[in-house]
Design a protein around this ligand. Sequence first.
Ligand code: NI
Ligand code: MN
Length: 231
Amino acid sequence: MEITFYGHATFKIVTSEGIRLLIDPWLDNPKAPPEKDLGPYDLILITHAHGDHLGNVLEIARTAATEVVAIHEIQQYLLAHGIPNVTGMNIGGSYRTKGLTITMVQAVHSSSIQEDDNIIYGGDPAGFVIRLEDGRTIYHAGDTGLFYDLALIGELYQPEVAMLPIGDHYVMGPKEAAKACQLLKPKIVIPMHYGTFPLLTGTPEAFAEHLKEMAPEVALKVLTPGETIKL
Ligand code: NI
Ligand code: MN
């Protein structure tokens, strides 16, 4: 598989079978590289309704060849806004599509859509566990604070790669993310959701320090926006 980081919480994954997946498609975030893949994608996963995660979905999911997967309330919103192929699900369930198994898991955060003066309820925020065709597993935490049931996600799904927010203020900071690694026990952790705005002050350097102390067996892989790793 290939994993490309596009800045903030946006990742492209291309599986060994060639399925093209995009998570939290904010392709024009302030850290996004000039060169990026605008699709079409086979699958787009949305962790929650905040603008920095819905991102450019309304532009890049316009044909039925692209399937969007999100919680029920976001599904209803996207269908009402003309996106043709959206599958709704909810926390705890798994959905099999295009050879992948997508499990929606808990995240501790909020979720809403702002339209002018209105705040639209976005359902609960979520993370995703993605089991690929060959059984390898990736966990994208979405926006979340630290919670003990990350251990349950680790136990049940044994993610090889975890994408965890470290930016602080709106999400976990470096210390909390290191504790999350101790609970999850992934082989590799990729930090995300830092440095995009001034308030997101957590750094990969601080994360590395805490990781050394709390989960030294987890390999830290810091990706610069636009960088791809092959695993
Ligand atoms: Ni958020
Ligand atoms: Mn966010």
